[in-house]
Write a protein that binds this ligand. Structure first.
Ligand SMILES: NC(=O)c1ccc[n+]([C@@H]2O[C@H](COP(=O)([O-])OP(=O)(O)OC[C@H]3O[C@@H](n4cnc5c(N)ncnc54)[C@H](O)[C@@H]3O)[C@@H](O)[C@H]2O)c1
Length: 250
């Protein structure tokens, strides 16, 4: 894959699939910017990448705050002189039955999962336009198709699909592509925190009899982010072992 030497920022990459994606892209010679909200977690991932022979820097920033986002991209461009790849990965959920969902639950999830993507895209595109080159990869979720107890999360992740398609249409002529990956269930810290019986039930519902790993996501992200995917724009590619073909429950 042609990606070596590119500069990539991955939001929420101190944990889970963002971290996995950062580590694999670094192994392929990408200069990685680790963004998250926790300094010590960011430092740990940056240290690991450097010890493995990769290049990385960390920026602590809350993606829901425009001033922090803009300062983050300025710091990246001041350091690496460009920003080629943006992976909008940071996300949270607060699942609740519809009538129990509070306004705060709604705002919090929409803020991080949708507004954060909007702010980061604006922050990066400013520089990508000058370079006439950019790759935006947005992490949605299979749950954008609908999920019980996930009104806020599903709405935010559906918004990410629509935003991606619009970015593709607006920015394509500037050499910038935008594509979207809705993952299915992926083995992240969250998964390990679930009770064994819940995990068993969820695995049974997977068409491939297993859930995915951060590596499964990383490889798909890396493809969209590479030069090889230069004529792929505005697409949504599920990485969910076929689960998106099922009814929307589970
Ligand atoms: N794990 C799954 O099964 C799964 C499935 C479908 C979609 N997703 C999506 O994939 C993405 C990554 O999920 P994960 O499971 O690796 O989660 P995770 O919790 O392991 O990692 C998400 C990271 O985002 C960071 N973050 C949260 N709010 C932030 C903010 N305001 N600014 C900057 N960083 C912030 C968190 O600190 C965390 O480190 C999310 O967007 C999630 O919705 C996950």
């Amino acid at each position: 894959m042609q990606i070596k030497g590119r500069v990539a920022l991955i939001t929420g990459s101190a944990s889970g699939m963002g971290r996995g994606t950062a580590e694999i892209m670094a192994q392929h010679g990408v200069k990685i910017v680790i963004n998250d909200v926790n300094q010590s977690m960011v430092d740990e991932v940056v240290k690991g990448i450097k010890e493995a022979g990769g290049e990385a820097m960390g920026v602590v920033a809350d993606i829901t705050k425009k001033a922090e986002v803009d300062a983050m991209f300025k710091q990246v461009v001041d350091t690496y002189e460009r920003i080629d790849i943006l992976v909008n990965n940071a996300g949270i959920f607060r699942d609740k039955a519809f009538l129990k969902m509070t306004e705060e639950d709604w705002d919090k999830v929409l803020d991080v999962d949708l507004k954060g993507v909007f702010l980061c895209c604006q922050g990066a595109v400013k520089y990508m336009r000058e370079q006439a080159y950019g790759r935006i990869v947005n992490i949605s979720s299979r749950a954008w198709l609908g999920g019980p107890g996930q009104a806020n999360y599903s709405a935010a992740k559906a918004g990410v699909v629509g935003l991606t398609r619009t970015l593709a249409l607006e920015l394509g002529k500037r050499g910038i592509t935008a594509n979207c990956i809705p993952p299915g269930l992926i083995e992240t810290p969250l998964w390990h925190a679930l009770p064994e019986e819940v995990k068993e039930r969820l695995v049974k519902g997977q068409p491939m009899g297993r859930i995915g790993s951060p590596r499964d996501i990383a490889r798909a992200v890396m493809f969209f982010a590479s030069d090889d995917a230069g004529y792929i724009n505005g697409q949504t590619m599920y990485v969910c072992g076929g689960k998106s073909l099922f009814a929307n429950i589970g």
